[in-house]
Design a protein around this ligand. Sequence first.
Ligand code: M6R
Length: 612
Amino acid sequence: MCGIVGYIGTKKASPILINGLIRLEYRGYDSAGISTIEKENLSLMKDKGRVKNLYNLPGIDDLEGTIGIAHTRWATHGKPSKENSHPHMDNSNTFSAVHNGIIENYNELRKFLGDNGYTFYSQTDTEVIPNLVHYYYSKDTNNDDLKFLRAVKSACSDFKGSFAIEIICKDYPDNMIVVRKDSPLVIGKGDEENFISSDIPAILSFTRDFYLLDDLEFTVLSRNDAKFYDINLNQIDKKTKTIEWDAASSEKNGFDDYMLKEIYEQPTAIRETIGAKLNENSKCEFDELNFTKEYLENINKIYIVACGTAMHAGLVGKNVIEKLCKIQTEVDIASEFRYRDPIIDDKTLCIFISQSGETADTIAALKLSKEKGAKTIAVSNVIGSSITREADYSVYTHAGPEIAVASTKAYTSQVMLLVILAIYFAETLYINEDKIKELKKDILELPKKLEETLKISENIKEFAKKVYQETDIFFLGRGIDETVAREASLKLKEISYIHSESYAAGELKHGPIALIENGITVVSIMTDSKLVEKTVSNVQEVISRGAKTIVVTNQNIDDTMFEKVIHIPTTNSFISPILSIIPLQLFSYYISKEKGLDVDKPRNLAKSVTVE
Ligand code: M6R
């Protein structure tokens, strides 16, 4: 989704801004632009299309300014076009602004500004920002150092919705103002320079020291300083946070695509996520959590709330929490949960999963749960992300930066963390069954088995080459394998654009089997010894209707019945999704490559979905 970059320092801003935008390309966008302060005027260069097109715009090489803002836009209000691209300037060309999020009351503000003589040249909600700032600026007769800040603050008080805003003013060539509400933005502190970005990896090569902004904290940046103000414009203190990731870990390291690199990083991601939390001979430890037996005994329900792949990880979490801890657990899609008036009270525990920690629906669902009195835990991959700052407790996957839009290592790390969390709950409840001991042993062996699975799974490439031109592919499973079927199907849709559905295998004959015709590909997952025979019978039903079948299994089955069988290592059924998804991630990847598609940046999708 939209990306923001900013720079204020002593170097020429434009190349830094464009490079920053290139690093944010993975978020998804349709147009790009930059604006700098040049002597006494503001420059503005923007167009629809790729960031690199900015290099071709006349005059871009002549920009000398050392302060500037930049943006990649993912269209929400108005089609992708030059006019709708950011930055946007006010009518008098005094302010230039970029914005991420949605100003929900923009129509009302446009009308107000229109009545006051302002004209609009785009269809965006964003264009009201510089104009409303100008409106307040022109009304303020006190020409002191804080006039720019007062105008931005007044405008922000009128905005409804979510925003991350960067704004520059030609009258203040040594300042940039930055503010956010429910939309991500970080400030990287350099030496005589400050960098602004929608996310940390984009500016990690410049600094490891970051200021993480809370909602409605106004930042006035200069070359050597960052001053922070609350909503009443009282100055506040803020410390930097040092980020451990290095820039190299977000590069491709010789792989063709980020997605492939991230698939192969899964053994490491799982090792890191297990970390020191889990040992065979002692209780699971989460430094971040202090739950008591009494508290857990009194929980009436756990909700796991997330979107997309993170929600699929939540389904695995439900299975393990219910089976190990006997606490009723429901999984919800965040965009539904927030509007369905869920039954929540102070005995409810809500777990929110988000790789980015910036997904708007998940954040809104979290806020709602807190309002209703629930205790909240955030599961995220990004330290300091919005969700972790909202939640009562935060626990982290340690997958490292995930750049490809299609989530892979974040999913398996989320599953891993949820299983460890379930063990922590069970041990806190003094449930001391042998099956927990066995599970712990199996978890510790998992990174090795993942390495093995990656090797075994490479031969799925041949099958992908056979089916890449198909228009429909189905995925089947039962129990825990059904949740993997959902994730595999989503992955395929996202990066291959092949229509795909997943079904609980037993549900097939209640309708979907009508779709099965000669030659169609059906993928099934069979890792549960109690269910394997039933799933085999369901697959036989599609074979007898002409389907080509591929099976991912760790069970002893009769391979001759199927077109292809991928045998993965056996493991505990609670964690089998971490292995069984691997060949299916690679299946989607190779189909997408075979079709010549952009694996890392699939059409219409954004890495971080920061609007509803
Ligand atoms: O950052 P989040 O985990 O909150 O993102 C949630 C979904 O948008 C995300 O998992 C999405 O479904 C991915 N593109 C899946 O590959």
